[in-house]
Unconditional design. Structure first.
Length: 74
């Protein structure tokens, strides 16, 4: 049996870190955008996550990185 929870998606870019928060039980979502911290990308992610308040029942984190993709393309 699958447990409903929350899914957080994050895209770390060179300037901003974008987050997407989806509550499976309520079928609602929220977004957040915070400055990225080059060299310490986790700080931007954690700051953005705090913007959603208490995150309970976190079932998944989906991560993407525009910084990595751009570096590969360049």
């Amino acid at each position: 049996m699958s447990r409903l929870g929350t899914i957080v998606g994050v895209d770390v870019g060179g300037t901003f870190t974008d987050l997407f928060y989806f509550d499976e039980a309520k079928q609602t979502f929220r977004t957040n955008k915070v400055p990225s911290n080059r060299g310490d990308e986790a700080t931007g992610f954690l700051e953005g996550l705090q913007g959603f308040g208490a995150v309970s029942h976190l079932t998944s984190i989906v991560h993407g990185t525009t910084v990595g993709t751009n570096a590969l393309l360049e």
